[in-house]
Ligand binder design. Structure first.
Ligand SMILES: [Zn+2]
Ligand SMILES: [Zn+2]
Length: 134
């Protein structure tokens, strides 16, 4: 089984994900733009039971998603990197931020969410078609 480690920029927060993610997506919503400081976010959801928390005590920031669901971000109090977040309406899984893996060979996203908020210049080389959630 493939095992991948994710960590924040300073390395204080570390977790291990076993197996392939159940969903990999990009999100263009304004909240994700704020969270990442970038034009869109990329994340991989794993079953909670497949994630091992190795090290660190993340700080939390709870926010309401653009659709109204609650999301609790876990970020490093030292360097500020969001490493994962919990989604209230998907309690069995957590979303690990793609950048925390620092792995350019990570599988590509298959879902693109909140495309009506996508910056006009953003386009993806689609190895396989991306499903557009909306
Ligand atoms: Zn850190
Ligand atoms: Zn979003």
């Amino acid at each position: 089984m493939i095992v991948r480690d994710a960590s924040c920029a300073c390395g204080d927060i570390r977790l291990r994900c076993k197996g392939e993610p159940v969903r990999i997506s990009v999100c263009h919503c304004l909240e994700c733009q704020k969270r990442t400081g970038s034009a869109f976010a990329a994340q991989a959801r794993f079953l909670k039971e497949d994630v091992e928390f190795l090290q660190g005590e993340p700080a939390t920031f709870a926010r309401t998603g653009d659709e109204g669901g609650a999301i609790t971000q876990r970020f490093c109090p030292r360097c500020g990197t969001t490493v994962w977040y919990a989604i209230d309406n998907d309690p069995d899984r957590i979303a690990v931020t793609l950048g925390a893996f620092a792995d350019p060979s990570f599988p590509p996203p298959r879902f693109s969410v909140y495309e009506e908020r996508k910056h006009a210049w953003v386009a993806f080389n689609e190895i396989e078609p991306i499903k557009h959630d909306w």
